[in-house]
Design a protein around this ligand. Structure first.
Ligand SMILES: NC(=O)C1=CN([C@@H]2O[C@H](COP(=O)(O)OP(=O)(O)OC[C@H]3O[C@@H](n4cnc5c(N)ncnc54)[C@H](O)[C@@H]3O)[C@@H](O)[C@H]2O)C=CC1
Ligand SMILES: C[N+](C)(C)CC(=O)CC(=O)[O-]
Length: 337
């Protein structure tokens, strides 16, 4: 692979390919961090939806602090994929989670983007080794797995495939940090990466409980938001459980509770996602949402994440009032740029 044409700190132009929930979220994030963003999405109504998503996210982004010069006006929606990436200095792909589509799209992006520019996929679980098979220069393809919404949740998991150049992984990790993200750079490929492997374990058990009538959607959600979720925002599951061992820490915790690992609390197989389970999950979520629309829930979630980031010291607690009446808080989530 030719080396990247610029240092991560010098990037000014980012291309986002695929502009749905996650691609749109990336667009909002990069705009808020002061980049020029070009997006492309083949759906006929993509531009309208994208601009709506950015407008809905912007108040939250203003709250956490915009980079100098950041503006939704710095978004260009390109007519073609080639136009979108023609002068990009970094490309984020967020197309649907279909392996064949990813393979062919990444090959097209590789053919169209300037030589050496790093191309990252938002995939939720495919190893890059499986996606980079058709690209002429697989060395510059990495996974950059975000969390929804990418404009508020700091984590990105970065990992290359067997044919990825180590320099591309290093470059992408550095770039995301400069762009305000919190990065885990994985040494080796793992389907589902780290966080989704953990989330899927929880999710699988939730589906089992609903399928078996053991718990409702609301009980499952409350059990996390009123319970362990409060701890997980600032202390992970391992350290949290070390405290369950009292002064004896993790050692005592394992001696005491280790045998329960063999109890039937965990079920290794995923449940069949049949029509009945699908309907139960949809109905349960509708009930939990009550009269709140998706747009209202998104705003509620965004405010909740900001409050948690602030409460846990990852954003300044004090806000200053700008002359326009908008709270401008310098974000600590992008302090490397
Ligand atoms: N939804 C989520 O919570 C998360 C999703 N991801 C990953 O992000 C990626 C995108 O997922 P979502 O945004 O949820 O899907 P989505 O369905 O909301 O958006 C996908 C977009 O891709 C567009 N598209 C279709 N064919 C395309 C092509 N050939 N080239 C470019 N764009 C194309 C669609 O028009 C659509 O706007 C997937 O790889 C997914 O696994 C990662 C983290 C979280
Ligand atoms: C549901 N999902 C597997 C696509 C979720 C993710 O990949 C990450 C997230 O946002 O939790």
């Amino acid at each position: 692979m030719p080396s990247s044409p610029c240092a991560p700190e010098e990037v000014r132009r980012v291309a986002c390919v695929g502009a749905g929930v996650i691609g749109g979220g990336w667009v909002a994030h990069f705009l808020a961090r002061g980049y020029d963003v070009t997006a492309w999405d083949p759906a006929p109504d993509a531009e309208e939806k994208l601009r709506r998503l950015v407008a809905a996210a912007w108040p939250a982004l203003e709250q956490i602090g915009l980079a100098d010069g950041a503006s939704p006006d710095r978004l260009t929606v390109a007519a073609t994929l080639a136009e979108a990436v023609a002068d990009a200095q970094f490309v984020q792909e967020s197309a649907p989670e279909k392996l064949e589509l990813k393979r062919s799209l990444l090959a097209q992006l590789d053919a169209a983007a300037p030589p050496g520019v790093v191309i990252a996929s938002s995939t939720s679980g495919y190893p890059m080794t499986d996606m980079q098979t058709e690209a002429a220069d697989p060395g510059r393809l990495v996974v950059g797995h975000p969390f929804n919404p990418p404009y508020l949740i700091p984590l990105v998991e970065v990992v290359g495939g067997k044919r990825t150049d180590a320099a591309a992984v290093e470059w992408a990790s550095r770039f995301y940090k400069v762009a305000g993200k919190s990065v885990i750079t994985m040494e080796r490929e793992l389907p589902g990466f780290i966080a989704n492997r953990l989330q899927e374990a929880l999710w699988r058990e939730a589906l089992h409980m609903v399928a078996n009538g053991e718990a409702t959607v609301k009980e499952i959600d409350d059990s996390i938001t009123e319970g362990p979720g409060l701890r997980w925002a600032f202390m992970g599951p391992c350290l949290t459980f070390a405290l369950a061992g009292g002064d004896g820490g993790m050692g005592h915790m394992l001696d005491h509770f280790g045998p329960s690992l063999k109890s039937p609390w965990t079920r290794l197989e995923a449940p069949e996602l049949d029509d009945t389970l699908r309907a139960a999950m949809v109905e349960g979520c509708d009930e939990a949402a009550g009269s709140r629309t998706i747009a209202q829930l998104v705003a509620e979630r965004d405010q909740g994440v900001i409050d948690v980031l602030r409460a846990t010291g990852r954003l300044p607690r004090q806000r200053t009032e700008g002359t326009d009446g908008i709270a401008h808080t310098p974000s600590t989530m992008g302090d490397e740029k």
